[in-house]
Design a protein around this ligand. Structure first.
Ligand code: ZN
Length: 319
């Protein structure tokens, strides 16, 4: 597939430089010369960062929730990024680069749930390709399994030692809450435990309070966003947060075993069209990943993983 695709890739509809000589446009149709630079810079900063969402990396083919990629497929996907001059990095690194005005060639890599196969299988591949990633773990289920996935199969979760090992390899550790609870249906005490207490537990494990949070199931509402922000997280990952999009509700793209080079190409091209731009933050310029400002007056709607077109796996992956 890959060599055949690589030779065919140039025929895909890449933007081509315009001819130098062309018929002059009418004066009314010409764009102003100076005004767009600020607008372009602003639109670049607000462009949603491309963050990929993985879960388990394993050769297991029993995968009713479509959360598993094989080591072979992950290797191909990381190679695909590298061949295009893209670097897979943790979300924290991606946001810091954007805050400094860079980050154009960076792609966020996230691994939800903190399966033991992250350390055993994903880490060596990430190392091989010079990537880092963020792994969102569950400090309330250390050494347990994905009991929330009714259909199974059961997959073991990292212990405290496994989390420390991932951190020592340069991976960013983020919180996925305590027990994999839908925050939009949690009472106040549960919301507090899932956000603030999970952060404290992870600080005890790694020595560093995590900056990143990830909403279980990708479900998020304004109350959950506020709870996560108030617990001290600098950013949070969702899936398709719609009007809640901001640094505490970052969109991500589901990636699974079906994502070949062609689908990766399409997902990258379509991402800025499918996801809303990050909000402007009054008085501080666009939200740039520094972690403090969030979307003002966020609506109360609960957003869930929306139905996607054929380049995403409808009904799967939002675990
Ligand atoms: Zn999850």
């Amino acid at each position: 597939m890959s060599s055949e695709f690589r030779t065919r890739l140039p025929s895909l509809p890449l933007p081509l430089p315009k001819p130098q000589r062309s018929v002059p446009a009418p004066a009314t149709a010409r764009a102003p010369v100076t005004a767009p630079s600020t607008a372009t810079a602003s639109s670049q900063r607000r462009r949603p960062p491309w963050v990929l969402m993985y879960h388990s990396v394993s050769s297991c083919t029993d995968d009713p929730y479509r959360i598993t990629v094989s080591p072979y497929r992950l290797d191909r996907q990381l190679r695909w990024l590298r061949d295009r001059g893209l670097s897979g990095v943790s979300v924290g690194e991606l946001l810091r680069a954007r805050a400094a005005g860079g980050g154009a060639g960076l792609v966020g890599l996230t691994f939800d749930d903190g399966y033991t196969d992250f350390v055993e299988t994903a880490l060596p591949l990430l190392r091989r390709h010079g990537c880092t990633a963020t792994v969102f773990v569950l400090p309330g289920r250390l050494g347990g399994d994905n009991a929330w996935d009714e259909l199974g199969p059961r997959k073991p979760l990292l212990t405290a030692d496994g989390i420390r090992e991932a951190a020592s390899e340069g991976m960013e550790i983020g919180s996925h809450g305590l027990l994999h609870t839908d925050l939009t249906t949690a009472d106040d005490a549960t919301l507090e435990r899932e956000t603030r207490h999970s952060r404290t537990l992870l600080a005890d494990i790694t020595g560093t309070a995590p900056d990143g949070f990830c909403y279980p199931y990708g479900t998020v509402d304004a109350r959950a966003v506020e709870g996560v922000r108030a617990a001290g997280y600098g950013y949070a990952c969702a899936i398709d947060p719609g009007p809640l999009t901001g640094v505490h509700a970052l969109p991500r793209v589901h990636v699974d075993a079906s994502d070949t080079s062609v689908r990766m190409f399409l997902k990258r091209a379509l991402h800025p069209l499918r996801r809303k731009p990050l909000p402007e933050t009054p008085g501080q310029g666009p939200s740039d990943g520094t972690g403090r400002p969030i979307a003002p007056e966020a609506p109360q709607d609960v957003t869930r993983n929306s139905p996607e077109d054929s380049t995403e796996s409808a009904g799967g992956g939002n675990r």
